[in-house]
Write a protein that binds this ligand. Sequence first.
Ligand code: HEM
Length: 141
Amino acid sequence: MIMTEKQIALIRESRDQLTPELEETSAAFYEDLFRRAPELRALFRDDLSGQGMRFMSAVSVIADNLDDPAQLDDHVSLLAEGHAQFGIEEPAYRAMEEALIHAFANALGDQFTSEVEHAWRSAFRQVSDQMRVRGATLRSN
Ligand code: HEM
C-alpha cells in the first residue's frame, strides 16, 4: 500500500502532537492491548517500563521513513528479526492496531480525525504485513 504525501504529513503531525504525552499514551496502549489479548502478556517481560517508549520510538522512526522505502524496509526488517522468535500471527497485529488507534484517539481527542485514523491504520498495516512476511521467511529458514 502506498501512502499519500498528505497521509504521511498527517501521521507526522499527529506524532508531534503526541510527543508531550508519549509516556502516558504508550502505557495506556499496552494496558489496552493486554485487555484485548491477555494471552500476549506472557510474551513480554514482567516489568514493562521502557517498552512503551521503545515501541513509540520505533513508530516515530517509521513515521520519519514512510517516504523513503529503502530506509523503511531496513528498519522493518530489523524489527521483524527482533520479533521472529515470538511467532506473532495476524490476530496479535490486529489487536495491536486497535489498541494503538484507541490510545491515540484518547490522547488526541478531536485532533484525531477519521482521516488521521485512516492514515495510521494504513501505515500500521503496511508495516505489520511486512513484519509478518519477513518473520515467516526467517522462521522457515
Ligand atoms: C508495528 C508493529 C510493532 C512495532 C513497531 C514493534 C516494536 C517493538 C520494539 C521497538 C521492541 C523493543 C525491542 C526491539 O527493538 O526489537 C519490541 C519488542 C517486543 N515486541 Fe514489538 N513491535 C510491533 C509489533 C508487535 C506485536 C504485534 C507483538 C505481539 C505480541 C509484539 C511483541 C513484542 C514483544 C513480546 C517484545 C519483547 C518485549 C520484552 O522484551 O519484554 N510486537 N517491539
